[in-house]
Design a binder for this molecule. Sequence first.
Ligand code: ADP
Ligand code: MG
Length: 627
Amino acid sequence: MADRDAVKPESFGFQAEVARLLHMMVHSVYSEREIFLRELISNAADACDRRRYEALTQPDLLGDTPLEILIAIDKQAKTLTLSDSGIGMSRSDLIENLGTIARSGTARFMEAVKNAEGKAAASAPDLIGQFGVGFYSAFMVADKVRVVSRRAGSDEAWAWESDGLGSFTVEPAEREAVGTTITLHMKEDAAEFLEKYRLSTIIRTYSDHIAIPIKLTEGDAAAADTVNTAQALWTRPKSEIGEKDYAEFYRHISGLFDEPLRTLHYKAEGKLEYTCLLFTPGMAPYDLYDPERKSKVKLYVKRVFITDDCEELLPAWLRFMRGIVDAQDLALNISREMLQHNPVLAAMKKAITGKVLGDFARMAENEPETYAKFWEQFGKVLKEGLYEDFERREELLKLARFKSSAQEGLTSLAEYVSRMKEGQKAIYYLTTEDGAVASPQLEGFKARGVEVLLLTDPIDDFWLGVVTEFDGKPFQSITKASASDLSALGEAGDLGEAAPAGDVARLIAVMKGVLGDAVKDIRASERLTDSPVCLVADEGDMDLRLSRMLKAHDRLKTVAPRVLEINPRHELVRQLAARSGQEGQYDTIALASHLLLDQARILEGEPLPDLPGFARRMSDVLLRLAQ
Ligand code: ADP
Ligand code: MG
């Protein structure tokens, strides 16, 4: 291409976020700058994986260049050069990948930096360690970086160059074979990274698990030494793999930068042959609630990377898991489309899901504290399985943990059942936004020592719509009228004297007249001990919070009117009951009825339908006080 040679270096500005990130890298005081090597090796290894995959369908792509990563030290020139025989980058790849922030991990890093600004607590260096920032971390050690790359399938090479100060150039270049060469012109204070011994230590620490040979050479030395084990980590005997190796592999494969909470590594033999190396992250990954709910586990076939976009490996409610599955029984040239509805994969998915749940059960049994931490992070996601996966329901119910009105910490359903009172037939629960222990509906249960599970996740409303029982005991919302029959569950202790039944009946009749359609019914309550009133859903109506939530999402046109329960033992109700038989008290009772209903709505977190009316009545009452 004659005119290609005539092209002058073209200059581009970095995307604003990249410029900021680079500014941080250039001025970095992060003490573990050595991670730049991990990041560059990780990219090179990914590029080799992708090239190998593309070559499955286009064999001539691979040619006879071995897949490897070569690192060369030149002390004279003060350069460190990393070459890989991976997939390479075209001109537009270079501009796109090394000029913008494409990956969400880096974007998240920038967000965290922004949030930390102004707060002394977290400085950028700490955050670098937490996130890892990919290619741009090269500028922690180099004041100039040149990338020469040739995309597989093309015979053009392009060079990208930058000093990390706001712009980069792209120009035509030469590269004999496919792949990428990155030359780092090291900063004065980064000379340590030109020492062969230091580099091999770094490579062994962070990148030993990389399955592609990493070769290191210095000066004119013709032969380069392979520094890493260069064997896919999961194929090595477990006894030879240290916790640190697993952790580094986890970070490489997941793009996350915490410690894995749990590692599950096993080889299945027999009908299905595959190796699994799966990690439970220590913290909920940033994309856990992405609407796609995609599994991030990578599929390999006979050690060749196939895809990291395989929904058939784990159910969506295990999407927080990271790691790899290496299958023996799939054809190497399987296309990504063929992965859907593949019977071998379906059988593997079932087996792997069972293994993962078994591992969680073991953790719950043997390490309850770790398990509580785990549940805190991922419980919400696992509960999606209760709703979606009938086959796993029993297992998941056993794994589920809940807050309870009776004790600190979390409880399992089996523990709840073992504490059920004599005569108690149902598992009582309250779904609540904030674990509201001050809910009036709870009072009667507490007074009788009946434990109530406090469910705080929005998903709870959904699975409770389809899961009806555990261990033969039905789930029962305490905001439903049917839960009001508490008398069978024992005495509540001394709650004070109730207003005479006749007075209460008369008061209820007056209140019904006042409130009309605003309530479905008014009843004397057994569930209240301290509050004068509360709202409940009628038998057969939807749980209060669920109907509110559906209404908020336009899934429900109107919320069914509630039942107002009044507490005949409450001083206010007793007074009103007594007055309901007296002349000239109607206005007072009417005023109180409206205000009590609004109060119950407020406690439920429901909007008041008539705010001006509420305000007017409120001032009315205050005025009476003042007179
Ligand atoms: P990430 O690896 O998480 O995507 P990086 O900042 O490390 O983020 O790299 C950005 C992108 O640049 C990569 O996704 C890849 O597309 C491209 N890239 C980086 N290094 C190489 C390489 N050696 N060969 C091919 N592509 C590369
Ligand atoms: Mg990377």
